[in-house]
Structures are given as C-alpha cells and as structure tokens.
Design a binder for this molecule. Structure first.
Ligand code: SF4
Ligand code: SF4
Length: 643
C-alpha cells in the first residue's frame, strides 16, 4: 500500500506541477466518448475485435471486482465485516461469470503477448506483463475457489491470504507499470480534446514560445505519458514508421515518461526525442486517433517543433517555405498576378454577399498550381450548371496550415488574422473549397480566434447539390406518380419469359455501364485515396464515395481507408522536404503501392497535396496509373449525362 501511494504521489506531483493544459469544454461530447471508449470499450474492440474483446473482459472484470476487493480489505484490516451480509453473497455470485470472462481474456492476452507477439508490442517479451497476467489469473482462480472452500479451514485461509497478498503485490507493481492505465485511462479519455490534433494558439503576450525542455510539458501531456499501455497501435498506424523512418509515436510517449520520471526537467526536447525524428511527422493524426487510452501525440510533436522554430532550429527546406510565406503569403512564393490571371481566365467574380451564395476558397494550390486549377475549373462548371452563385476573394493568403503544423506559430497567426479580417470584411458566411487542409484550418483552427464560418469540402457541397437536384428532378418528372403503389402480377417470375420491366431494367443497366465505360475507360474501376485531413480529421468518407457511385464507378477500396487512411506524406511541411535525404522509403511510394495493389487503373483524389505526392510516386514507379481529381470526375460525368 505504501509502495502504491509513493508511486502514485510521484506521478501526481509531476502532473500538478506542470503548466495546466487540461480542458473540459464540450462536456456532452466527452461523456459520449467516455461511454463508448471506456465503458463499452468500443475503440479497442473495433480495431482488433478478438484482442479488443478479451481486453474488454479484463477491464469490465476490473470494474466489477472493485467493490468486492474493497469489502475484503475492510474485513482484512479489521475495519468492518460486510462479507457475511446477504447482499455481499449475492454480489459474489454475480461476479462468477466476470471471473470466468477475465480468466479467458487474460489467458488469450498472455498467449498473444508472449507467443504470438504482434509487431506493435515490440520484439522483447515483457516479464512485467507476464507477471501481471499471472497475478490477474491467480486472483480469479482464488476468487472462484473461495466460493467452494470454507474460510475457516487451512485451505480456505491459504486461499484468502493468497488472494489478498497478490492484490497487495499487484498494487505495488501497478503504478510503475503500463497497467497503471487501468486507473488513468478513464481520466485520460475524458480529458482528451474533442478535436483531433488540437493545437491551442500560443499567447505571445504571455511570452509563450512552445515546448523547449521537459519542464515545459503540460499536465495533459504528462498524464498521457503515464497512461500509455504500450499496445503499439500508434506505431503500426504511423505512416512514417511504416515507411522505415526513425519516428515512432509510441517511443515519443515512452521517452516522455522516462524523461519525467528520471528528473530530466532541464533536458531539451530536441535531444530527448531527437530533432530529426520531430521533423518526420506528417501530422496525419493516425497515432492519436488510434490510441485506445486517449493519448494525444500531436501537441507534444508540434509543441516541440514550436520550441525548435522559436530558437531558429527549423530545417533549411522550411526556411525557404517560410520566406515564401513572409514575402508573398503563399507556399510557393509566386506573385499574385498569376492568381489574378487565373481568376480572370476562369471568369470568376469577386465575392459580394448581395450577389453570391458561397465563397469558393482557392487555397495556395488553387491559386497557383496549374494542374489543380483544372480541378477547380471542374468545380466551377458544376456550380454553374447547378446555378450556384459564387465568388472568390480579391486576395487570399495561405491559410497558414504549413506554418502551424511545422511550429511557426507566429507566422501562422499573422496569416490567419489577415485572412479572418478579409473574410469578415467581405461578409462571407459559407465557404466551399477543394483543399482539406483549408477546411481544417479555416474551420477548426480559426475558431480559436473566435471566428466561426461554415466551410465545406467540395465533395460534401457537390454531393448535397446533386442529391437535392436528383430529388427535385424526380418530383418534377414524376408529378403525382411519385406516390405510387405497385401490384405484383401473380404470374410474374413463374414463367420462363422476361417481363418488359426486367428486360428494360437490364437494358438500361447495361447501357449505363456501357456509357460509363466509354466515357472513362478504366475509370469505371477506381480506387479512392482518402486524404488524412478529409477522412480522418473531417470524417468526410461517404460523400466522395457517393459521388463516384452516383456515376456508376466501381470502387476498389485500398488497405487503410475511410477514417484511417495511410498518409500521402505531404502534411506537416513534408511536401517541401528533400526526399532524397529521407531515411527509409518515401511515404508516398508506400501509399502508391497500396493503391496500385487494388488493381484499379484509376486513382481518384480529393486533395491537391495528395495528388502532387502520389503523382510523384507514380512517376518514380514508372506506372501508367491514371489520376483523376474527384471534381473532374464528377464534371466529366455530368457533362456526358447532359450531352
Ligand atoms: S501524426 Fe502521423 S506521422 Fe505523425 S507521429 Fe502520428 S501517425 Fe506518425
Ligand atoms: S500511445 Fe496509445 S496507441 Fe501508442 S502505445 Fe501508448 S497506449 Fe498504445
């Protein structure tokens, strides 16, 4: 008990002495997540059904046995004897199925850890895990035996003492082990930000510059470090680790824990984690999205980058990008006359709230990348075909995402505040953009300045538009026929001739397929790459697929899709990194192979940066895969349909 209290006190002291980064905003969301992720263990079960269910058995057993253990301790310490009450007897019998489930779960997990050993658990069998598993098994066996043994007999006494001594040993061991997550994870999950990759603004008036040394790590970061269960889910889902780089998000959390417990308060984070590793993160968010115990990696990773940038320690390739942002307000450092020429050539009007319903945000790629401008022209064509009145800003700066995710907070705030001022002055209420990074930054990050605007990715806006126009067309074409009843003729289906409905339906289906094939060739069989900032950050996974399906495309899903895609490698400023100097493989090459493995000849993308990275990988591979932006696909099909 003393060992338990001492270990817990050390950790609590380290947490409460840290700068406070706890937040409890959006309570309903937090309660809902607590119920699904902690009480129901849904995240654990969803990702790894068998191991997750076995883990859930152990967790539910741990909760169910809490009252039993307390009563036995009260009895053992001579404080109160509730063990002979009728309700306690009933409670004990209720615990029998829990004990059986815990036994089954712990045996499964022990075999998995000691014999199967999935890669995320590390190459070394943890003796501590084996000991803890044996302790839990012993507790369950002695509990079940206690139901049969008379406590007054020597065998009953030995059984009782074994049970209680194992609990004491368990308590002494648990705070110093990863099993402390049993106690901490409910708190950590509740305190985890509702926003993936939440990076609160730095307050320069308070001279905040980011994380420089271990003592700068905030209270939630420290709680996270003590909660890690070392399951390796973050590691196996990390695209950088998957591509053979040194970055391992699990190691980042364990290094944090070690630095805190070994009193390295003054150690520089660039040395604790290694600067090189810190710049390998694409900010894809897979690590914290997959973590079952509510750990947030990005505040540590980006916070440390902020500290490095404030000391002038950013890599050279970022220095060039920052220069571009500073001089020309865009990542490529191009003159705004180029954007103006595109705006004029595309016949775009300057946004006027009296004339326009929505603002189309071009972004850096839309303003300057000729390839992506083709996709934007498709978006404009769709909007015009559907009579949407839209305009663009006379001037746009980069939204600031590349500065924010690389830790240049000062530059980010300059860009963001300039854009917010312009958007407010223009009276913008609704924005559509084809860039997922703009959706996340303008939608979620600008809200931290108190600026709220509705911003939709073009896939969401266009899918809603087409759905609405299909419904409207159906009503006008069908008139009263929209409300019908159909009488099944008794003989239909019983004779070997085709009814006209079957024949015509088959005919139309065949012609739709044929039309699709002739329009797009191999594009009828496509694979869709979910951009991290759209699928994982934004949860937009159905609309792009609905648009593809609407025009008859067969979608071959790649591994790592929907809300857990494999990153293209562009995020977090890595679009600008010198690829030749990267250790391991390129993340974009790994992703391109995954997409190729679907057998689809066409890859559909919905992010300008995914498109750049994956086309680069295609060129290196010398493959003849086609790339089509989602809006270009939709526009092409719409034009054919109306021709
Ligand atoms: S955000 Fe992505 S790249 Fe960065 S550590 Fe997490 S999983 Fe790896
Ligand atoms: S940080 Fe989370 S996902 Fe990663 S090893 Fe620890 S508990 Fe598992």
């Amino acid at each position: 008990m003393i060992a338990f209290a001492a270990q817990v006190t050390t950790r609590v002291r380290l947490i409460v002495s840290a700068p406070n980064t706890f937040s409890i905003d959006n309570i309903p969301f937090r309660i809902n997540r607590f119920l699904t992720d902690v009480v129901l263990q849904w995240r654990t079960i969803r990702e790894r059904p068998a191991a997750g269910l076995m883990h859930a058995f152990v967790f539910w057993g741990f909760v169910a046995f809490a009252g039993y253990t307390s009563v036995e301790f009260l009895y053992g310490l001579g404080i109160a004897d509730l063990t002979r009450t009728s309700w306690f007897d009933a409670y004990r019998r209720l615990l029998v199925p829990f004990a059986s489930a815990v036994l089954a779960g712990i045996v499964y997990l022990l075999i998995r850890r000691a014999i199967v050993r999935p890669v995320g658990l590390g190459s070394r069998v943890s003796i501590e895990s084996v000991v803890i598993a044996l302790f839990i098994a012993t507790l369950m066996v002695t509990f079940l035996l206690a139901l049969r043994l008379d406590e007054a007999t020597p065998a009953g006494r030995v059984n009782w003492w074994t049970h209680m001594l194992v609990i004491l040993a368990f308590m002494a061991l648990i705070p110093a082990s990863k099993h402390f997550h049993l106690v901490l994870s409910p708190i950590t999950v509740f305190l985890k930000s509702p926003e993936l990759g939440n990076l609160p603004n730095l307050d320069f008036e308070k001279e905040q510059v980011g994380l420089e040394t271990v003592k700068d790590l905030g209270s939630k970061m420290r709680l996270d470090a003590f909660t890690c269960v070392e399951c390796g889910r973050c590691q196996v889902n990390c695209p950088a680790w998957g591509a053979g780089k040194e970055l391992n998000p699990k190691a980042i959390i364990l290094q944090t824990q070690h630095a805190l417990l070994s009193g390295q308060g003054a150690a520089k984070l660039g040395e604790v984690y290694s600067e090189k590793v810190l710049w390998q993160c694409t900010t894809c968010g897979a690590c914290e999205n997959q973590c079952p115990v509510g750990i947030e990696h990005l505040p540590i990773l980006i916070g440390s980058r902020r500290g490095l940038v404030s000391n002038g320690d950013a890599p050279a390739y970022l220095g060039a990008m920052y220069n571009n942002l500073e001089r020309r307000s865009n990542i490529w450092g191009l003159g705004y006359d180029q954007r103006a020429r595109f705006v004029q050539a595309a016949g775009l009007e300057t946004f006027d709230p009296a004339k326009h319903d929505v603002l189309v945000w071009l972004g850096c790629a839309g303003s300057f990348d000729a390839d992506f401008q083709k996709s934007l022209r498709s978006l404009f064509a769709i909007l015009r075909a559907k009579s949407v009145r839209f305009g663009v800003l006379a001037k746009e700066r980069c939204n600031g995402d590349p500065a924010k995710r690389t830790g240049n907070e000062y530059m980010y705030q300059e860009l963001a505040n300039g854009n917010i001022e312009d958007l407010k002055a223009a009276g913008v209420k609704k924005i559509v953009t084809s860039c997922p990074h703009c959706v996340k930054t303008i939608g979620a990050d600008y809200a931290k300045f108190g600026y709220q605007v509705e911003i939709l990715h073009s896939s969401v806006f266009v899918e809603a538009l087409l759905r609405a126009s299909t419904v409207a067309r159906g009503a006008s074409e069908g008139g009263a026929a929209d409300v019908v009843t159909y009488h099944d003729p008794c003989y239909l289906g019983q004779v070997e001739i085709l009814h006209s409905s079957v024949f015509v339906e088959a005919l139309l289906r065949a012609s739709t397929v044929a039309r699709g094939a002739s329009e797009g060739g191999a594009a009828d069989v496509v694979t869709y790459h979910d951009p991290c900032y759209l699928g994982r950050y934004g949860g937009t996974v159905d609309e792009p697929r609905a648009l593809l399906a609407r025009f008859g495309a067969e979608i071959r899903e790649p591994v790592r899709n929907r809300d857990n895609p494999y990153c293209c490698g562009a995020g977090g400023g890595l679009l600008f990194a010198d690829k030749e100097e990267e250790p391991g493989s390129r993340i974009s090459d790994v992703r391109f192979k995954q997409l190729q493995a679907t057998g689809a000849g066409t890859v559909v993308t919905a992010c300008p940066f995914c498109s750049i990275m994956l086309k680069g990988a295609q060129a290196s591979a010398g493959a003849d895969t086609q790339f089509v932006d989602l809006m270009t696909f939709v526009d092409g099909r719409l034009q054919k349909a109306t021709a």
